[in-house]
Design a protein around this ligand. Structure first.
Ligand SMILES: Nc1ncnc2c1ncn2[C@@H]1O[C@H](COP(=O)(O)OP(=O)(O)O)[C@@H](O)[C@H]1O
Ligand SMILES: [Mg+2]
Length: 219
């Protein structure tokens, strides 16, 4: 098996949507038939908590692999999981210290969730600079965007000045993202009728194209 693709979700601003992106993308790739592993290196461990609910709820139908690991064991674990899976997604802590840097360096693609507010945009720069310095491809994902908002448009323009690519797919402010968390589910696993489903399917497809991975998710 060829080495799997590693996606690191990073952003020093807490609450930007890192864990949300990990959960939604991991379950979308699973639904597309990929072997997926997630790694939680955030001491707050919310991804690990979600995974615990998932294991209890789905038992042997869980399919996702998960590893909470930090510090000196991380690199070895990332390499091992990348050998054994198609996609590895890393949830990183809300700062740019050593662990976060290692996870950015290890990535084939870094995704930075950004909410359309100046505070979030200022916080984006340090993460972006690390990725660019390490020459790792990086993409900003606009999160919690109100459609046709003037602010979102202005923020989009501001981010373009940073010189990073911005994902074509944006995520709206969707209650649905929080709804499945207690059951350890992603929106892709909760019925096709929601806007959240459409957005996640589209984002996963866009990222798969970036990584040269073939997927099909039912629209
Ligand atoms: N697009 C969205 N729509 C609605 N709620 C969201 C969205 N993105 C994130 N949230 C909520 O915002 C909170 C913080 O998101 P989270 O993914 O935990 O951020 P981070 O991991 O960056 O700290 C969570 O309660 C999450 O459910
Ligand atoms: Mg988090």
């Amino acid at each position: 098996m060829a080495k799997g693709k590693i996606i690191t979700i990073a952003q020093q601003k807490g609450g930007a949507g890192k864990t949300t992106l990990v959960i939604q993308l991991a379950t979308a790739f699973l639904a597309a038939g990929k072997k997926v592993a997630t790694i939680d290196i955030d001491p707050q461990a919310s991804l690990t908590q979600w995974f615990t609910m998932r294991s209890q709820n789905l038992r042997n139908k869980n399919l996702l692999l998960h590893s909470p690991v930090t510090g000196w064991r991380m690199q070895t674990e990332v390499d091992r999981l990348a050998r054994e899976n198609d996609i590895v997604i890393i949830d990183s802590p809300p700062h740019t210290e050593t662990d976060a840097k290692i996870s950015i360096r290890a990535a084939d693609l870094v995704l930075i969730p950004v909410q359309p507010s100046p505070v979030d945009i200022w916080a984006t720069k340090p993460t972006l600079e690390i990725a660019m310095k390490e020459k790792v491809p990086v993409k900003l994902v606009l999160n919690r965007v109100a459609k046709r908002s003037k602010l979102a448009k202005a923020m989009h323009d501001k981010l373009s000045e940073y010189g990073a690519e911005i994902a074509k797919t944006q995520l709206g402010n969707r209650i649905k993202f929080a709804e499945g968390l207690n059951r350890g589910l992603g929106v892709i696993e909760m019925g096709k009728s929601s806007l959240a489903y459409q957005e996640v399917a589209e984002l996963a497809a866009e990222i798969a194209r970036d990584l040269d991975v073939n997927i099909r998710i039912a629209a």
